[in-house]
Ligand binder design. Structure first.
Ligand code: HEC
Ligand code: HEC
Length: 595
């Protein structure tokens, strides 16, 4: 072993290098306050290793970026750990950077002759922040996409060069493939390369000037090895442990639904350590943005850059420390304000809910036999009834109808409920509520419509309320028969088990009860005046009804307000189909595969 080392040493001089590295003098002995630089370097190494691993899977492109991250997260064993480590180490590095800067300023380590190294450090700080910013976009999910848009808009505020700068960053006028390519080149090439160069210079200068000890010295000088090395190692391990805990707790980093340029995501926020800036900008409305985004930050940065000169005087040093603490306190306050303001915003909560629902939905669809199509996950969602149904309902139906009291997206619509609640439409439960003397004229059914005192409501309130036991039993069977027309998935088993009742119910409709006097039900009687109930609430019936509720077989010319969605070209055939499939519960749920 020794011989081998001798051989290597003769050719490389590695012993001397190791000796110099390890026997650097630490004035006053090892201390915990010197660990930040090593912990940061360690963090950066972790980022390079995990980053290269991510690179092996990542595919920059607006139809592939999100999909490749999704694949990494869900299909490659351990993929989520690597991504989680990368994500949380980035956050840890931001905290370490602040701690390092504080330690350097408090200990006066920026003073002559170390000014240049202080500036190197500041540049490193900005490079790391730029790495975070560029990395946030790469998964191409809703939050990264919209938050980065805000960030690049800030670049556009820069006087004179702004628009050109913004265009250069984005790689065009709008976000797309070129943006991803550009951000990826910055994130995986230019920025880390610059960090390495500056870091080498930073450490070289640090060694050249030696460590700035915290005075007064507590103990005798000691070499770097072993005490300080041990402390540094403990610090690095502590960082790693914290990052691992966070990774396990959150099962890696969150991946939102794929970026949708047409669906403004009002919950888009930058990473938490940029929140203070985001909040700060809110105080500079239209026309004055440049003051908040450019001028004030520039002034603060100039002060920080000049700190080594100010630090020459005792008072200047005190000012520096005080200034830094004020900045930190201000940033904390702004961050807290940003979080606090978001808590009260319903549109933020709604966006988050929608995003979570989409993200969960994609997992189910990705596991379906079709999987994610080559056209990407976004397109898959835009053809998915379970995703689009509630959105279409909230947009086109919730101004009159309800779905389980709300607008199907979890919000309470502004307009009052003036048509039926369509949750469970066509099921026995829904129909039992409809043909119920107490409930038919409630807002959940006909209470808000022109039919509140229509012939049906009158029939239910006057006749059905007086039904004897036999008639009630018939009604239950009629409801079963009518509901079987819908053949909704949730009642498949029930329908199959009560085939006999359903059969009897079909004849009860006109024979025992008088429904047939007013309704056609598998009959063609021209004299009936109520809606035709053949195929009631089935897919075809619903599509036809929503397309045009004013058809003779439905409400005819007396149709109350409900628009003719196909006739007026409000909705296309696919949208109506998705709406109907969702209303009827005919969506792929993942249960199919298990059966
Ligand atoms: C402007 C108000 C309004 C809008 C918007 C509206 N509806 Fe209606 N809808 C009604 C009214 C009123 C009725 C009662 C029957 C009638 O007169 O058309 C009704 C009836 C229905 C019915 C039959 C069940 C029942 O209660 O009679 C269904 C199903 C239905 N609507 C679905 C929808 C869907 C789906 C949308 C959105 C694409 C929608 N409606 C949009 C007002 C509206
Ligand atoms: C007196 C005539 C009459 C009788 C009897 C009658 N209906 Fe109706 N029904 C109507 C009319 C008319 C409407 C349309 C709303 C209105 O004008 O009140 C209607 C609406 C309905 C609807 C809602 C259709 C939709 O598109 O939302 C259902 C379901 C229904 N009736 C089922 C029945 C059943 C089941 C019976 C027997 C137990 C029955 N009706 C008996 C006249 C009648």
């Amino acid at each position: 072993m020794k011989k081998l080392l001798d051989w290597v040493d003769q050719r490389t001089g590695c012993r001397k290098i190791a000796h110099e590295a390890l026997y650097e003098n630490v004035p006053g002995g090892s201390r915990w306050r010197y660990v930040w630089g090593s912990a940061l370097t360690f963090g950066f190494v972790v980022q390079i290793i995990t980053g290269v691993a991510l690179w092996l899977v990542y595919s920059p492109g607006s139809h592939t970026a999100w999909e490749s991250v999704f694949y990494l997260q869900n299909n490659i064993s351990g993929g989520w750990i690597v991504r989680g480590l990368h994500h949380y180490t980035a956050q840890a590095m931001t905290i370490l950077l602040v701690l390092h800067l504080m330690q350097v300023v408090i200990d006066g380590a920026y003073k002559a002759p170390r000014e240049v190294n202080f500036w190197f450090g500041l540049f490193l700080l900005f490079l790391v922040l730029a790495l975070s910013l560029t990395g946030y976009l790469l998964p191409w999910d809703q939050k990264g996409f919209w938050a980065t848009k805000v960030a690049t808009n800030i670049a556009g505020i820069v006087p004179i060069a702004g628009p050109a700068l913004q265009k250069m960053l984005i790689g065009g006028t709008d976000f797309g493939n070129a943006t991803l390519t550009r951000f990826f080149a910055l994130h995986a090439g230019i920025l880390p390369g610059s960090v390495i160069l500056l870091l080498v210079g930073h450490i070289y200068l640090f060694r050249r000037h030696g460590l700035t000890a915290k005075t007064p010295l507590r103990r005798r000088d000691a070499p770097f090895w072993p005490d300080q090395v041990l402390k540094d190692a403990v610090a690095c391990l502590a960082v790693l442990a914290a990052v691992l805990v966070l990774t396990y707790r959150g099962h890696g980093a969150e991946l939102g639904p794929p970026a949708d340029p047409t669906n403004n995501y009002s919950a888009a926020r930058p990473e938490w350590y940029f929140l203070f800036l985001y909040q700060f900008l809110k105080y500079f409305p239209g026309g004055t943005e440049a003051i908040g985004a450019i001028w004030i930050p520039s002034a603060i940065l100039i002060v920080i850059f000049l700190m080594p000169f100010l630090g020459k005087w005792k008072l200047g040093h005190r000012f520096n420390v005080g200034f830094l603490f004020c900045l930190l306190a201000g940033a904390s306050l702004l961050t807290w304000r940003a979080i606090d303001e978001d808590r009260g915003k319903p549109e933020v909560a709604a966006s988050l809910r929608e995003a979570r629902a989409s993200a969960d939905r994609i997992k189910v669809l990705a596991d379906s036999p079709q999987g994610i199509p080559p056209s990407g996950a976004l397109l898959m969602l835009s053809h998915d009834a379970l995703t689009q149904g509630p959105r279409l309902f909230a947009r086109h139906c919730a101004s009159c109808h309800r779905y389980g009291d709300g607008d199907a997206l979890g919000n309470t619509p502004n307009s009052p409920e003036t048509a039926s609640d369509l949750k469970g439409f066509g099921t026995r439960a829904w129909l039992s509520g409809f043909i119920d003397p107490v409930r038919i004229d409630s807002v959940h059914y006909f209470g808000g419509t022109a039919w509140k005192n229509g012939r049906m409501a009158k029939y239910v309130k006057n006749k059905v309320s007086a039904f004897n036991a036999d008639q009630k039993a018939s009604l239950t069977r009629v409801i079963a028969a009518l509901s079987a027309e819908a053949s909704v998935r949730s009642q498949q088993k029930l329908d199959a088990d009560s085939a006999a009742d359903i059969h009897t119910g079909q004849s009860d409709f006109s024979n025992t009860l008088t429904c047939g006097d007013c309704h056609n039900f598998h009959s063609h009687d021209e004299s009936t005046t109520g809606p035709d109930l053949t195929g009631y609430a089935s897919r075809e019936w619903l599509i036809s009804f929503i397309s045009n509720p004013g058809q003779d077989k439905f409400f005819g010319k007396h149709n109350d307000r409900m628009p003719s969605f196909a006739g007026k070209e409000i909705l296309d055939a696919e949208s109506i189909g998705m709406l109907v499939d969702w209303l009827r519960g005919d969506c792929y749920t993942g249960e199919e595969a298990k059966r």
